[in-house]
Design a protein around this ligand. Structure first.
Ligand code: ZN
Length: 394
């Protein structure tokens, strides 16, 4: 073999690879950019450092992963991964953004699992700028916030908090429980996106229904499949069983029907390693923190090592009556909201933003703020209510 064919064999290393290359015109034209949808073969994958610009999308449950995948406008084949990378990535596009979705392993939840998944994303996609954490959460209804199931909570800085508080991390002191450590705010690009999203909603230009309709072909995600949205008094505990069939309907909180099906709420998200399922404890922690909108179990694992925004669809009220019936619909509203957030971010702005590593280095390390948010380490929150990471009564 001589000339062109010999060179090709040399480049391809093996005959099977040669055949694959002959089937792939982009392999023979190094100066022609390869469209992402052409990456059908694992060995067609470019090195990690040249994998282009991706936005991360992290979820914890299969139902959240399914909702996320349904929001993709294009789905791409998986990329070749390093041997030690145990994540399974779903790749595709939302609008003009390349998206990499990663889900926590089945049965694993909590901040540590989330942190482990994030480390691998950063390693595999070195140019990544930020991530969205998208899924379900337990809502906190209050006099100030008319929280309903299916509503969406988006983290944003409020008062002394950066958007997410790890409520179960701290130490007991003679003067009460001291919450230690603080979490970063979302990066400016995401806060700008939230501001534009809110402006669109003020102007009646929400695209939430449009994006939510992508789930119309999946009856399991329908609002009708979720059942009634009922809220019991804070102090009234569940009587037992899988549903609230035995619970006293006289203890229901009377609420006016609401015209708007899904409302977006912006504020503080409480993150911890335990499931919150106690109405009284929910309200107590919320009061101590100056008012939180929802409880969840992943965000605290990411906020200080990965610039991100938390988007939670409300599937229960974080009380003893919680069940899973609203999870698919709430996962859907959160995913649709995430897609709407992405729709207001120009891809050129993503390109200009710092990478995750640059952001962390620029902040002087993972323990410092990257967005000029007042860190206030060791915030006093009054009476001792929690100890370490094992605090919340289940
Ligand atoms: Zn009940």
């Amino acid at each position: 073999m001589t000339g062109f064919l010999a060179d090709l064999v040399l480049q391809s290393q093996s005959l099977p690879r040669l055949f694959a290359n002959l089937c792939d015109p982009y392999s023979l034209l190094p100066l022609v950019s390869r469209p992402p949808c052409f990456n059908k073969r694992p060995n067609a994958t470019p090195p990690a450092s040249t994998r282009g610009l991706y936005v991360g999308w992290v979820c914890a449950l299969p139902v959240e992963l399914a909702a996320a995948q349904e929001m993709l406008d294009e789905e791409h084949e998986g990329l070749e991964q390093d041997g030690h990378d145990t994540n399974i990535y779903s790749l595709g596009k939302v609008g003009q953004h390349n998206i990499v979705i990663a889900c926590l392993p089945e049965g694993q939840t909590g901040t540590n699992s989330t942190a482990a998944v994030a480390v691998q994303i950063k390693s595999a996609f070195t140019s990544i700028r930020f991530s969205l954490i998208v899924g379900i959460g337990g809502g906190v209804p209050s006099e100030e916030v008319d929280m309903r199931l299916g509503d969406v909570v988006i983290s944003r800085p409020l008062n002394v908090h950066g958007g997410v508080v790890q409520y179960d991390s701290g130490k007991a002191t003679p003067s009460g429980f001291q919450r230690t450590g603080s979490l970063n705010t979302p990066p400016t690009i995401l806060l700008n996106a939230v501001a534009n999203l809110r402006a669109n909603h003020f102007r009646g230009r929400s695209r939430l229904s449009e994006f939510l309709s992508k789930l119309n072909g999946l009856p399991g995600f329908a609002r009708e499949a979720a059942g009634l949205d009922i809220l019991f008094e804070t102090e009234y505990n569940h009587e037992g069983g899988a549903t609230c069939g035995k619970c006293n309907k006289d203890r229901l909180v009377s609420r006016e029907p609401r015209v708007q099906e899904v409302v977006l709420h912006y504020g503080t998200v409480a993150s911890g390693n335990q499931v919150m399922r106690d109405g009284a404890e929910r309200d107590r922690v919320s009061t101590e923190l100056g008012g939180v909108l929802c409880f969840e179990m992943e965000a605290a694992g990411l906020m200080n090592s990965f610039p991100c925004l938390v988007i939670r669809g409300i599937c229960d009220y974080a009380d003893s009556h919680k069940n899973k019936k609203w999870q698919p619909y709430a996962a859907g509203t959160a995913a649709a909201c995430a897609k709407e957030v992405l729709s207001v971010i120009p891809p050129s702005e993503v390109a200009k933003a710092d990478t995750v590593e640059e952001t962390i280095k620029g902040a002087g390390g993972v323990s410092n703020k990257w967005n000029n948010h007042d860190s206030k380490i060791g915030e006093q929150v009054g009476t001792k209510t929690v100890q370490g990471n094992q605090s919340i009564t289940l």
